[in-house]
Design a protein around this ligand. Structure first.
Ligand SMILES: [Zn+2]
Length: 144
């Protein structure tokens, strides 16, 4: 993610408009979920054809303001063998709360782009749940 690089709008995002000329109306500060940046600026444009407004986010940001880097970290933990619930716990412990569903969606989205994305079987931290140690204190998890 680079908060200073914005994709140039080329066509109006609203269906059936097709407008290609826009006016940059204002820049809006938005909180962002990322490991480095806490805030970014979204650009708000007016379509000169239909007069509706839309926002453009910097490259690497999706609609729920979670950066590609943060989603990538969740995917990495998943590939390392963590369950979606455990990915969510680790991300929260690192100071970047990401829900179980968001972790699942990040993995699914990446899996569609990277053919053959799989993790090794049998390396799941889920086993730690059996010992009852995972939950409040991630440092108490023992990796056997
Ligand atoms: Zn339009």
């Amino acid at each position: 993610m680079d908060p200073n690089i914005y994709p140039e709008p080329t066509v109006c995002p609203y269906a059936k408009c097709g407008g290609q000329r826009f006016h940059l109306r204002q820049e809006v500060r938005k909180p962002v979920r990322d490991t480095v940046y806490w805030e970014l600026t979204a650009r708000r444009y007016d379509c000169l054809r239909c007069s509706r407004t839309f926002r453009v986010y910097p490259v690497g940001i999706n609609n729920d303001q979670t950066s590609a880097r943060l989603r990538g970290l969740a995917v990495l933990f998943y590939i390392m063998g963590l369950s979606y619930g455990a990915v969510s716990l680790v991300m929260t412990a690192l100071g970047h709360p990401l829900g179980k569903t968001a972790a699942y969606e990040a993995v699914q989205a990446t899996g569609q782009k990277v053919a053959g994305l799989r993790r090794e079987r049998g390396a799941s931290v889920d086993r730690a749940h059996a010992g009852g140690s995972l939950g409040a204190d991630l440092t108490s998890v023992s990796y056997v």
